[in-house]
Design a protein around this ligand. Structure first.
Ligand SMILES: OC[C@H]1O[C@H](O[C@H]2O[C@H](CO)[C@@H](O)[C@H](O)[C@H]2O)[C@H](O)[C@@H](O)[C@@H]1O
Length: 628
């Protein structure tokens, strides 16, 4: 793998400030003040003036230093409950033996047990921790007793909901899956929607400050296991599967929920939890509405969605999310980046983040690192060498410095979807405006991301902090190979261009990404979950669907081949483990994925969705064996 090293502007800025801090901190002020008093008493005039000026300089520069010593980016306030649960989480980390530490997310998902309120529980916790050992641990039995006494368990505020539109064998279900063994399994996968279908309890709606789960108006489909809340971008592939399962009411409910989040916050949250309000996730709401409309022709849904999508569009195309890259002809291309409104450890994983940031010495360095970590979570691909200046060194994460190919694919798709929806609703001018915006972004793809030699689109490293327009430089393209470099093929703007498809297919075949069980996320085995040897359902679906939509026979063949490997591998994993996994290890058939900061998760929303969508698209002939 070619590695593409850059100096991290974030780290450079913080190192600079660190030096400034040492040379002009209140420390200077402290040593100069007594000298000033002493010299004044001695009436030693020349030295007096020297120290007087030194004192003034110290005062001013220490003010400047403290000003630049914290990161000035946006931060969304958290809730008192989240802050308190983080304390409990930290105490758990200190109390359990290393190998038995529970998932930190399980603490932040607790809710307050009635009749207690937060202040009662806080004082009980203060009593418990006041007896703590010098390492701030408490006896595990006492901690467990405290948690049991004052909290309802993680996930207890999400109740099972029987989907109104679920039928075990809906009419017209996967009619082109002829193979009985595959059909039987597909029915089981379809049946998993029932396990993942939930609604928030009344308490979440009536007393939301007792919960970190956020109230939503409609039932939800969760990914599964530790992910016991709605996730934004997961919902797109869940909806693709629900379309195959003919569960249109459930699908519309998911969209209604996400729209309600955009209405409340101005953007769709990473997930429906109080600790996810500081960031979004890959923006796929317009694609969800489009998929549902395509099947149901529900014009009312489209009309309701338009103002919400306009709000979301603004979020991604303004403030810190917006970047401008100037090409050699002086033309400004407007693109977007991920940028979380957070500069502290992620509450759901704060113990990990504290530890990862422990090597940084200044507050500014830590804050910038935490923002880049939270921003990687906003990208949906947490974590990956894609965001590292010096892979696989995790401390060089610099997500806010990357202009990502896939985010801009989602936004180009959003522009096309809004144009389409406005046309349906009779707003010709609006539709024209969004078509124009999509043309401008297409141009930016050509100027900023496309690399003719590599035959793929490459992420772009910003040279500055992204607040001002900056001039495009060839060496800022990240030449490392990632599945996301091929994401643009997902949309019609690119997969309808025969010449382009030919180049991309050639590059994909030579990329090393096509593996026995599907497409690798990257070529680097970093131990992070969005890297090799893992493959993820969303990336399989985007590339496969894009290639299948093109008019190239070769592209269609590759698409079908990848889809079959992916289906087979999921089948084998299911037969072996009795469950569908969040990600697969694609270097071998029949293995589930790992790596990252949590245990492999099962259930699993988007994996089920993509299996069903692939089976719908490609069918399964009776003679084709699914087992090796
Ligand atoms: O707790 C760690 C991270 O977990 C989530 O990310 C992963 O699961 C999500 C749900 O399936 C998925 O959308 C994401 O792509 C995965 O990487 C969560 O979204 C992160 O914010 C969180 O930090």
């Amino acid at each position: 793998m070619k590695s593409h090293k850059h100096n991290n502007p974030n780290l450079l800025i913080s190192t600079h400030t660190h030096k400034l801090f040492l040379s002009s901190s209140p420390f200077n002020f402290l040593i100069s003040l007594p000298s000033f008093i002493y010299l004044k008493q001695q009436r030693f005039t020349p030295l007096f003036f020297f120290f007087f000026f030194f004192l003034c300089f110290s005062l001013t520069t220490s003010m400047v230093a403290s000003d630049t010593d914290t990161d000035s980016g946006p931060v969304v306030a958290t809730t008192a409950l989240v802050t308190f649960l983080q304390r409990v989480q930290l105490t758990a980390l200190r109390s359990y033996p290393k190998k038995q530490i529970p998932d930190p997310k399980s603490y932040i998902d607790l809710s307050l047990k009635r009749p207690y309120n937060l202040s009662t529980i806080e004082s009980a916790f203060n009593d418990l921790t006041s007896e703590s050992h010098h390492d701030q641990s408490v006896p595990v039995e006492k901690l467990e007793k405290f948690v049991k006494e004052y909290f309802d368990g993680a996930g207890e505020d999400l109740l099972h909901h029987e989907p109104v539109d679920f039928f075990s064998d809906p009419s017209g279900f996967l009619s082109n899956v002829e193979n009985e063994q595959v059909r039987e399994w597909a029915r089981e996968v379809h049946g998993l929607w029932r396990n993942l279908s939930c609604r928030v309890s009344d308490s979440v709606i009536e007393s939301h400050d007792r919960h970190t789960l956020l109230p939503l108006p409609e039932p939800v489909i969760i990914p599964g296991s530790r992910f016991r809340e709605v996730y934004y971008w997961d919902s797109y592939w869940v909806i693709k599967g629900l379309m195959t399962s003919k569960m249109f009411t459930t699908a519309k409910g998911l969209v209604t929920n996400l729209m309600s989040l955009v209405e409340t916050y101005g953007y769709a949250l990473n997930g429906a939890r109080a600790y996810y309000t500081n960031r979004s996730q890959p923006p796929l709401l317009s694609s969800m509405v489009y998929e549902i409309y395509n099947v149901t022709k529900d014009e009312e849904l489209v009309r309701k969605a338009i103002p919400v999508l306009l709000k979301e569009y603004k979020f991604w195309n303004s403030g810190k999310h917006k970047v401008v890259i100037r090409d050699a002809n002086g033309y400004d291309h407007v693109l977007s980046r991920y940028y979380a409104m957070w500069n502290m450890p992620r509450p759901e994983s704060s113990v990990f983040d504290e530890e990862s940031a422990s090597g940084f010495s200044t507050m500014l360095e830590k804050q910038r690192f935490h923002r880049d970590i939270a921003t990687a979570a906003e990208s949906g691909c947490d974590f990956s060498t894609r965001w590292m200046r010096d892979p696989p060194n995790f401390t060089t994460m610099a997500t806010t410095s990357v202009v990502p190919v896939d985010l801009n694919v989602f936004l180009l798709k959003m522009e096309l979807d809004i144009a389409f929806m406005m046309k349906i609703s009779g707003d010709k001018n609006g539709s024209g405006r969004f078509l124009k915006a999509s043309k401008a972004r297409e141009k930016a793809f050509e100027a900023v991301f496309w690399n003719g030699k590599a035959g793929q689109w490459l992420d772009y490293w910003l040279s500055s902090n992204g607040d001002e327009p900056e001039t495009w430089k060839a060496e800022n393209q990240n030449t490392n190979v990632f599945a996301s470099n091929f994401a643009p093929i997902w949309i019609n703007s690119f997969n309808s261009d025969e010449v382009l498809v030919k180049k991309v297919v050639k590059a994909l075949k030579n990329s090393g990404l096509i593996a026995p069980a599907g497409i690798l996320t990257s070529l680097t085995n970093s131990g992070q979950q969005w890297d090799s040897p893992n493959g993820w359902a969303p990336q399989q679906e985007m590339i496969v669907t894009g290639l299948a939509r093109s008019s190239s026979k070769e592209a269609k063949k590759i698409a079908e081949d990848i889809a079959r490997r992916w289906i087979k591998s999921n089948y084998l994993v299911y037969k072996k483990s009795g469950t569908i996994h969040e990600k697969l290890k694609v270097t071998e058939l029949g293995e589930y994925g790992g790596g990252g900061e949590y245990m492999p998760q099962t259930g699993f929303g988007w994996s089920n969705g993509v299996i069903l969508a692939f089976l719908e698209e490609f069918g399964w002939p009776s003679h084709l064996n699914i087992e090796p």
